[in-house]
Structures are given as C-alpha cells and as structure tokens.
Design a protein around this ligand. Structure first.
Ligand SMILES: C[S@@+](CC[C@H](N)C(=O)[O-])C[C@H]1O[C@@H](n2cnc3c(N)ncnc32)[C@H](O)[C@@H]1O
Length: 334
C-alpha cells in the first residue's frame, strides 16, 4: 500500500489503516431495503461504506463501486477482494452514472449512495495538492487523467472569474483582495505550490480568520477544478431516474453549497403538480417522484465528531422513489 493511502481520520483494523466512513450506521439504515438488491456507491473512496454494505448483502445482492479516482478504485479493489462476485468496479464520474447503467441494461437500482468531497486518501497525499496544510503541487484533480489542474485556475483565469469563483464556491468576503493578490503575484512568477497559495491568502486576511479563509479558497478552487456542483446535480438526476420504485437515495454533504443543492433537488422531485393554483386543470404533468425520509439532515453525534474530525460538517439526506409512478421518470429528468 502506498504511504499516502494512510489517512489521518483512520483507524487500525487487521493491521491495516483504513478510511473511517462517516455516519455509517445511519447510511445503512436509510440505504438498504433488502439484501438481494443492486446498490451503487457513487463515491467509494476508501471503501468504508462499500464494505459495510457488502457485509449486509445476500449472495444474490450486488454493489457497484464507482469513483472518478483511479487510485481510490485500486485501493477498493484490494480492500474488497473477498467480496468477489458480489462487487463490480467502475471508474466513472457522477455525470456518467446514467449511461453506465444503460450499458448494463438496468433501471432497477435499489439504492444509491453519494458521499461527497474528498477522501482522506486524497487529502493526506501532498502530491494531490488538496490540502493547505501540506506543501505540494497545485493539482486538486480527483480524476488524474483530467487536464485542468488547480495550477491552471490560479494562474490563467482572468481576475473577474477568480473573484466570482471565490465568492460563489468559497463564499469568501475578501474574494476581491485575494484574487488581486494572486494576479499581481502570478504576473511576476507563476504560483506553483499549495504553500505559495496559502501564503498569499494568509497575507490578505485577518489572522483570526486565517483557517476559515484558507478552507474557503481551497474549497472554491477544488470545486472549480472538478466541476463538483454540476457533477452532483447531474448525478442526482441520473440516480433518481434509475432508482427502482421503493429504492433509496442517500447523500452525505460536507458544506452548505452541496447541501443546498441536495435539499432543493429532493424538494423539487417530492412535489406534485406545479401549475399555478388558478389553473382549472393540471398542464404541467409533474408527478411526485420522491418521498423525503429525512425532514432535517442527519448529523453525526458528539462521539463520532470527536473520533473523526472529517465528520464534523457532515449532513446526510435520504429519500425514497415513489412506488406508484404513472409516467416514466425519464420524461421529466433529462
Ligand atoms: C468522501 S470520499 C468517499 C469515502 C467513502 N464513502 C468511504 O467510506 O471510504 C469521496 C470520494 O468521491 C469521489 N468523487 C467525488 N466527486 C466525484 C464525482 N463527481 N464522480 C465520481 N467520484 C467522485 C472522490 O474521488 C472520493 O474518492
């Protein structure tokens, strides 16, 4: 195992160090509706949730483990070797879930899990460039075959676009100041490392808000590099389309932008007719596709937050596909 695969939020098990899955019991409770179903883990990462799901499945049950990160799949392949025959691996991103399932000729998925963001495997490896607390190249790609890196965003995006990204994806108040400092610096010499970016951000914010601003700016660049919000939006649409009636969709998010998107998507598909109340008859044809199972998001308890710092900001939302659907979901979701 590569040294970088050993994570900070990790635990000893069978002499190996493994990623600690967040809200594990809660995910199993909401996701699993039967041991013989076909489930899809859209973000298998360190394989923690996947392993727990596989342990609950009957021999006829199946789990498709997906990730856009080759290293994550390699790691899961080794970790989940003992479930051979029950597990399938696929290197796909959220946007391609639909076409992948279409190729498999299945529209009967019993449950989808999306555990968003980065794994400890990615975060703890300085070479991946995700962390402001470790020095490494400005990379931040989840999919290492992708061309665009954090280096390109930081060094080549126009000032206005940088400001927009820091405001929109980082919700950072000092977006303009930080973006201007970046542009000034890169005119003299390119910004190549996470430490250089960290130093620039730090030089423009109040030391009291240093950590918050660093997280926000690094988050903003990461979201842009990996097109995370569009990926999520499309992934959720695809999952809803391919869920079987009675099947479940569970999403764990780690920041408000993701959570808002999950909440609004669930809300949209859990609505019935959306015609104005003055219309005598429904013309929209919109039908309730989802039942929301978590009125409020499920969050980790104190013990979990203490044991696993990564869990601190986690929010789990779950919904169920409605059983009686008169019209096919794909008429609406495309
Ligand atoms: C928080 S980790 C998952 C951890 C995992 N549940 C576990 O228990 O070990 C998130 C994973 O999702 C993957 N990921 C994030 N966005 C993705 C996307 N749009 N498509 C596919 N995988 C994605 C990342 O590469 C990462 O490995």
């Amino acid at each position: 195992m590569k040294k970088s695969l050993r994570s900070c939020s990790s635990q000893k098990s069978d002499s190996a160090l493994v990623h600690v899955p967040v809200l594990l019991e809660e995910v199993l409770k909401y996701l699993l509706t039967g041991p013989k179903g076909m489930y899809l883990d859209a973000s298998c990462g360190g394989g923690g949730h996947s392993e727990a799901i596989l342990l609950k499945l009957a021999p006829e049950g199946r789990l498709i483990c997906c990730d856009r990160d080759e290293q994550a799949l390699e790691y899961c392949g080794k970790r989940l070797k003992k479930f051979k025959g029950k597990v399938i691996f696929a290197r796909i991103n959220f946007k391609n879930i639909g076409s992948y399932l279409q190729d498999l000729k299945t529209d009967r998925v019993s449950g989808f899990l999306f555990d968003l963001g980065m794994s400890s495997i990615q975060l703890d490896d300085p070479e991946r460039g995700f962390s402001y607390s470790k020095d490494g190249p400005l990379d931040m790609r989840m999919d290492l075959s992708q061309k665009k890196k954090a280096f390109d965003v930081v060094n080549f995006y126009p000032l206005e676009k940088l400001i927009q990204i820091f405001q929109k994806y980082g919700e950072e108040k000092r977006a303009k100041l930080i973006a201007k400092a970046i542009v000034e610096k890169r005119e003299r010499d390119k910004i190549k490392t996470t430490k250089q970016l960290r130093d620039l951000v730090q030089s423009k914010v109040n030391p009291r808000h240093r950590i918050k601003s660093l997280s926000k700016i690094f988050q903003a660049v990461r979201i842009e590099v990996n097109d995370e919000l569009d990926e999520l939006k499309e992934g959720l649409n695809q999952a809803i389309k391919f869920l079987r009636p009675g099947g479940r969709l569970c999403v764990i998010s780690y920041h408000s932008l993701e959570d808002r998107l999950v909440k609004s998507t669930f809300k949209l598909y859990s609505k019935g007719c959306i015609c104005p109340p003055t219309f005598p008859k429904c013309v929209c044809g919109w039908e309730k596709l989802l039942k929301i199972l978590t009125k409020k998001p499920v969050v980790p308890d104190k013990t979990e937050k203490e044991k696993n710092p990564r869990a601190k900001s986690a929010k789990l939302r779950a919904c169920e596909k409605s059983v009686s659907i008169k019209r096919l979901a794909n008429e609406k979701i495309s």
